[in-house]
Design a protein around this ligand. Structure first.
Ligand SMILES: Nc1nc2c(ncn2[C@@H]2O[C@H](COP(=O)(O)OP(=O)(O)OP(=O)(O)O)[C@@H](O)[C@H]2O)c(=O)[nH]1
Ligand SMILES: [Mg+2]
Length: 627
């Protein structure tokens, strides 16, 4: 309950009463304190207890005094948020059985809000005032919090402590509970940045725990192809995992890879992407298709902000992926000029973020706090050769919030399954295995689905033979999780961009779709006939702009409804899906508003791929209005 004006008036009134020094009025004040703040000292000496309350109340009332507000700027948190995973508690002392159950229910709710993680600020008023607790009360409160967590099978970790005067402390505690359906809390992080910025090296150093030699030693395990090892340049999407136990200790990557470390409660999946411009399509595809929860933008302090850095900032802003920055190679140059360049880029009109240079653990916690994480872009400064700054980065990765709240996840779990295929493998003795992301629903072994669309827009029935997550077999995969699925019967014609979808959805595929778009940049103007690469989720295909409603030409910052046509094959696109298109420096974002499904061939049809006619030529549309 946030401290409202009424409560403040009550405190003012009680202070007036208190100043009368009348015994009966003091009793009322005591009652008010017990009721409002739950002070429940073991009162042996009646007069002595009133003196204690007098002292406490005076100091608290002094803090609340509006005339002294100006002195408190550094001593307040924002008022307690009603929603979200942050809870303020002044103290948790000897709660009755009923109160304890109430506190446990509240903790359960906060954990749900935070997708399995909640942050408790002990010694803090609902108003955000850092009142603090003496050490014996703090110890008892932390004990109560541990008991509450134990009741739910959760763990507690002290994140930071702060002295707030007169031997009083405020403590911030992370409570973590791995949801019952998951092995661990998983956060996907896309590692972006220009070529040679040090992305693969940073991923290697974080996951393997060995520093780099400055000549490319640490990045070797992140490469997937021999030509990458030879050139030192990443050309594909490479996955690496970083596991933490409940206390924030980084776990050995060997145990994680074998799926053997049962202490892992949080898993950071790092997608090491290519920085060179010639692989930009693959990099955009990864950010659009894998739906990372965060983007880690790596900038070298040697080269500073370059064209590709700007490009990657624009892409993550356009796709609404929250970002944090890591300036690497601080052993080779002064990072301050890079910090200045980044600050200018991040605060520019198209991006509008608040850069925050992280220097202490306190800064890490502030950057992670739910109330600021949307706009704030934390900036870390590290060296993979000396190890400087890596501890703060690891701490941030440990407490970084999971992307999707449990409530939203539960809602998505209720929907019919849809799995987007990113990779296809042929595995001896198993058959066809597809890797990708389950955007909604739940898939278990033996689930019957459709896979498609093929080049004709048709979908083929398949059954799920087995499910693997993080290289470990499991019974089910839930919405927002990535997984590998073995399919029966084996199929020879799969491609990335296809979906596995419930037959109840009656899926369709379209060559033509309409979208409202905003042009982020074009040097001159976009006309009908313009060809561009379109990214919609994991779909990536060249499309032609066939028509622009109400405009002949689209310039930078123009918005319009546009009709697109896929060039190669129809795709399973849904109204409401977000899209990004780019061609050279041209960039735009938008939302699909309407699709025009093709009619798949029937057994007696003469055309191998049915009807792919343009909208308005009499094809079926899922919407009443024609384009
Ligand atoms: N001295 C020093 N060298 C570093 C540091 N980080 C990376 N390097 C070196 O920088 C070079 C490039 O690093 P990579 O990790 O391959 O860069 P990248 O960003 O993955 O490059 P692409 O894959 O081409 O996009 C390697 O030789 C690393 O050893 C650092 O903190 N200090
Ligand atoms: Mg690399």
């Amino acid at each position: 309950m946030p401290l409202g004006t009424n409560r403040k008036t009550e405190i003012e009134r009680s202070r007036t009463q208190h100043n009368t020094s009348h015994f009966s009025e003091l009793k009322e004040v005591d009652a008010l304190f017990t009721q409002k703040w739950g002070f429940q000292g073991q009162k042996k000496d009646f007069q002595g207890n009133y003196l204690l309350h007098y002292f406490l109340m005076d100091s608290l009332l002094g803090l609340f005094d509006p005339s002294e507000d100006n002195n408190l700027d550094g001593d307040n948190l924002p008022p307690e948020p009603q929603l979200g995973n942050i809870e303020y508690k002044l103290k948790l002392l000897n709660p009755s059985r009923t109160r304890f159950q109430h506190l446990v229910t509240q903790l359960k709710w906060r954990l749900r809000e935070g997708g399995g993680e909640a942050i408790y600020e002990i010694g803090v008023e609902d108003s955000g005032l850092l009142a603090g607790l003496p050490s014996y009360e703090m110890d008892a409160s932390l004990k109560t919090l541990s008991l509450m967590a134990a009741e739910l099978g959760a763990t507690t970790t002290i994140l930071r402590e702060r002295e707030v005067g007169c031997a009083r402390k405020v403590t911030e505690v992370l409570v973590r509970k791995v949801p019952a359906d998951q092995h661990m809390i998983e956060v996907r992080v896309a590692v972006m940045g220009s070529a040679d910025a040090g992305k693969s090296t940073l991923v290697g150093v974080l996951t393997e725990g060995q520093l780099d030699n400055g000549r490319g030693r640490a990045r070797l395990n992140t490469f997937r192809h021999l030509h990458e090892v030879r050139s030192g340049r990443t050309s594909s999407i490479s996955h690496a995992t970083l596991g933490f136990d409940s206390k924030g200790k980084i776990l050995s990557c060997y145990d994680l890879e074998c799926g053997e470390d049962l202490h892992c409660t949080k898993l950071i999946s790092l997608l090491d992407l290519a920085g060179h411009r010639k692989y930009l399509r693959t990099t955009v595809q990864a950010v659009s298709g894998y739906r990372p929860h965060q983007a880690m933008l790596v900038v070298s302090s040697q080269s500073g902000v370059v064209g590709m850095t700007r490009e990657h900032v624009a892409i993550s802003s356009a796709l609404d992926v929250p970002m944090f920055v890591v300036i690497t190679k601080t052993d080779l140059g002064r990072p301050q000029s890079t910090v200045d360049q980044l600050s200018a880029l991040l605060t520019s009109p198209g991006v509008r973020k608040i850069p925050m240079v992280i220097k202490t653990e306190d800064d890490v916690m502030t950057a992670c706090s739910g109330q600021v994480r949307e706009e704030v872009v934390p900036i870390f400064q590290v060296s993979c050769v000396t190890g400087e700054g890596l501890d703060l980065l690891a701490k941030y990765l440990h407490v970084m919030p999971p992307g999707c709240g449990t409530r939203e996840k539960e809602r998505l779990d209720q929907e019919l399954p849809e799995f987007q295929i990113d990779e296809i493998f042929r595995v001896a003795d198993v058959g066809t295995v597809v890797g990708g992301l389950l955007t909604k629903g739940v898939i278990t072994e033996q689930t019957e689905l459709l896979v498609g669309p093929d080049d004709c827009g048709a979908f083929t029935p398949v059954k799920i033979q087995s499910v693997h997550r993080n290289k470990t077999p499991c019974r089910a995969v839930h919405s927002t999780q990535s997984a590998s699925l073995a399919l029966i019967p084996p199929l020879g014609t799969l491609r990335a961009g296809m979906v596995l979808i419930s037959p109840l959805e009656e899926p369709t595929a379209s060559f033509f779709f309409q979208a409202t778009v905003r042009v982020l940049y074009h040097a001159t103007g976009i006309h009908p006939g313009f060809q561009t690469t379109v990214h919609i989720g994991n779909i990536r295909q060249t499309a032609v702009i066939e028509g622009i409603m109400s405009y002949n030409t689209l310039h930078t910052n123009d918005r319009a409804s546009v009709l697109f046509r896929f060039v190669r094959h129809p795709e399973c696109v849904r109204p409401g899906a977000r899209l990004l298109f780019r061609e050279g420096p041209t960039k735009g974002i938008g939302t699909v508003t309407q699709v025009f499904p093709v009619t798949p061939p029937t057994s007696g049809s003469s055309s191998p791929c049915g009807d792919a006619s343009a909208p308005g030529d009499g094809d079926k549309s899922n919407n009443n209005s024609a384009a």
